[in-house]
Design a protein around this ligand. Structure first.
Ligand SMILES: NC(=O)c1ccc[n+]([C@@H]2O[C@H](COP(=O)([O-])OP(=O)(O)OC[C@H]3O[C@@H](n4cnc5c(N)ncnc54)[C@H](OP(=O)(O)O)[C@@H]3O)[C@@H](O)[C@H]2O)c1
Length: 286
């Protein structure tokens, strides 16, 4: 039987590209999205290229929809080999100016969703003592950046959650955990973030506004000037995800570009892929 994979957030971007790339590389893909009305482009590719991709409805903040999707996969295949927690959403806004609903939303989508999906698949992976859980975090999961504190905090949470699980679930049940840490990716991400958090045409107000404008200008300028490529394509990141999924001994963490590596170096220099850390934590506590 083929290796199967459940991917969250496949309507666009990295999730969309990963679904196609994994299917083209011999995986049976369960491509999930919260709104199947957005499945048009993926359906077209599936038909044109006759790909082994099944579409599933799954909203990462709705545990009932996750359970339903996982049940379908288990009923079909009796197993889940790989889970890719890809769904996520950005937010660049001073936290002081974020509403309670916005604070909850960014944490739910980026962190709680990962926990709900992981909890839903772990019993089936533990039973077989086999599986891989790949979490798409961000350089923002290692380095706090201006105006991204709520997003970064949620991605830091995913990094800590993954490290902790790797230290005892990983080692005792033969399940591999990896955080994939991209820098910028040219996807719908920024547009969605702006649309979700703009209030009265503004993302920041008052004293924060000039600092926010400086920040946005700087991001743009660096993208144009730097010799190191800041923005990757969704496909370039998907290629790293595929490499990790095919690796028999995958790293705890991996950056996806030279730019991302550079930004995180002060945090990662002593243990770039996290292997030493997981081993140390395991031997210290268990
Ligand atoms: N783009 C970047 O610069 C960047 C950098 C570092 C890390 N990342 C991370 O990379 C991952 C993929 O992002 P991307 O760049 O591919 O952005 P994207 O094109 O905006 O894709 C995000 C995906 O997540 C889905 N999603 C949002 N909320 C969801 C929910 N409640 N349930 C299920 N799916 C949901 C979106 O679905 P809808 O179409 O329904 O909204 C979309 O399919 C994210 O985890 C992101 O945090 C992105």
């Amino acid at each position: 039987m083929k290796t199967n994979v459940l991917i969250t957030g496949t309507s666009t971007g990295v999730g969309f590209e990963s679904a196609l790339l994994f299917a083209k590389n011999g995986f049976k893909v369960y491509a999930s999205m919260r709104n199947l009305k957005k499945a048009g482009p993926l359906k077209q590719q599936i038909e044109e290229e006759n790909l082994d991709i099944k579409l599933l409805e799954l909203d990462v903040v709705d545990p009932a929809s996750i359970e339903k999707a996982v049940k379908t996969i288990i009923a079909n295949d009796g197993k889940i080999d790989v889970l890719i927690n890809n769904a996520g959403a950005g937010m660049a806004k001073p936290s002081e100016q974020a509403s309670k609903a916005e604070i909850n939303w960014v944490t739910d989508v980026n962190y709680h969703g990962v926990v709900y999906c992981t909890n839903a698949v772990l019993p089936f992976m533990r039973e077989r003592k086999q599986g891989k859980i790949i979490n798409i975090t961000s350089v923002g999961g290692l380095v706090g950046q201006p105006f991204n504190e709520l997003y970064c905090a949620a991605k830091f949470a995913v990094e800590g959650y993954t490290e902790a699980l790797a230290s005892y679930v990983g080692k005792n049940f033969n399940i591999d955990f990896t955080c994939i840490e991209p820098g910028g990716i040219a996807t719908e991400f920024t547009n969605s973030a702006v649309a979700a958090t703009m209030v009265d045409g503004q993302l920041a107000t008052g004293e924060y506004l000039p600092i926010f404008e400086k920040y946005l200008g700087g991001v743009q300028q660096r993208a144009e000037e730097e010799e190191v490529q800041l923005y990757q394509t969704g496909l370039e990141v998907a290629e790293v995800v595929l490499k990790v999924a095919k690796n028999e001994n995958p790293p705890l963490r991996i950056r996806t570009s030279a730019w991302a590596e550079n930004l995180c170096q002060l945090k990662t220099a002593a243990d770039p892929d996290g292997t030493k850390l997981v081993n140390q934590v395991f031997s210290q506590f268990l």
